[in-house]
Design a protein around this ligand. Structure first.
Ligand code: NDP
Length: 302
């Protein structure tokens, strides 16, 4: 199979590229910066990997059997009105482009599947509700971003199978949420952020990559699929388990006002959570390797 991947240079994308290559699939890395991508995927380790900047994306997509769309500006940063605009616009811009290129492919050569990222932020936040794929969307800024992101992906031609993966907080080595939390714990300054009662719907990066891979090859994977582990935890529990695995205490709660001082409105990413369960993945019999957070943390950190 030939797979074009946007956001391939990112935390999730790099592992997906490795997984696809390990199974002898051809990968087209669609990037904004060829030189940066070449540093991430050196030729000696990735012989034959195609790396393409615009205006070559169209050609790459039209030669592919499948497309994975992961690109978007990181959201864990201090939000200003310009940054909020770019968080949304970057996702819509790349997704529209991908969809236009797929739709413009001649019918017989068109990619047959689009796996497009979205996020559990779609559901809004709650300390009490449980969200599955049938739950309605929330009414905050991130929910709006996810709705528009998903709606854009769904403008792809109807004969293309679409899987929208609503991704939770991805745990893995060298990036994502743990890269920010672990150094605090190692300095004995780790602890719950805010009240600690907010839900943390996480997934081990290997499970997420396997879920995306399965969505590429298995025609039963279509529509919205939550990319979260079966056992979400409250943030206080995550921090306690993280402290235990690292052999460090989890005693210093970080108050809301301090987070808001650092992250502004963007603090909602860590202060407000949601309990999201992977009902569809369970129905499809997806085999989670890491259903429990402690096992995921041990596999990543020990
Ligand atoms: P990263 O931030 O690590 O990588 C995203 C990639 O998107 C980058 O490598 C970059 O590729 C591209 N990108 C960055 N900024 C822009 C921009 N302004 N315009 C266009 N493209 C841009 O993301 P992750 O791998 O962590 O996540 C992948 C997707 O999954 C993201 O869309 C994210 O929102 C979503 N997600 C991730 C979660 C997580 O916990 N990691 C949780 C929920 C959703 P290049 O420079 O090569 O163009």
């Amino acid at each position: 199979m030939i797979v074009s991947v946007t956001g391939a240079t990112g935390f999730i994308g790099r592992r997906l590229v490795q997984r696809l290559r390990a199974d002898n699939h051809d990968v087209h890395v669609l990037t904004r910066s060829r030189s940066r991508a070449e540093l991430i995927f050196p030729v000696k380790d990735y012989p034959g990997l195609v790396i393409a900047e615009e205006p070559k994306w169209r050609d790459c997509i039209q030669k592919s059997n499948a497309v994975v769309n992961l690109a978007g500006m990181p959201i864990s940063t201090r939000w200003s009105s310009e940054i909020k605009k770019e968080i949304k616009d970057s996702r819509i811009r790349v997704t529209s482009k991908v969809v236009d290129y797929i739709n413009a492919s001649p019918g017989e050569n068109r990619p047959t599947v689009l796996v497009s990222a979205t996020a559990v932020g779609y559901y809004g936040s709650s300390e009490t509700r449980v969200f599955d794929e049938r739950s309605p969307s929330g009414n905050d800024y991130l929910a709006e971003v996810c709705r528009e992101w998903e709606a854009t992906a769904l403008t792809v031609n109807k004969d293309v199978r679409v899987a929208l993966i609503r991704i939770g907080v991805v745990l893995g080595k060298d990036g994502g949420a743990l890269a920010k939390m672990v150094p605090l714990f190692m300095m004995f300054a780790g602890g719950p952020l805010g009240s600690g009662q907010q839900w943390f719907s996480w997934i081990h990066v290997d499970d997420l990559v396997n879920l995306i891979y399965e969505a590429l090859i298995n025609p039963s994977y279509k529509g919205v699929i939550n990319g979260t582990a079966p056992n979400p935890v409250r943030l206080a529990e995550l921090c306690q388990q993280l402290g235990e695995v690292l052999g460090r205490p989890s005693w210093l709660p970080v108050p809301d006002f301090a987070l808001k001082a650092v992250l502004g409105e963007g603090a909602c990413v860590v202060l407000d959570g949601q309990k999201v369960v992977p009902a569809k993945a369970r129905e499809l019999g997806f085999p989670f390797k890491y259903p429990y957070v402690k096992d995921a943390l041990k596999a990543i950190l020990l």
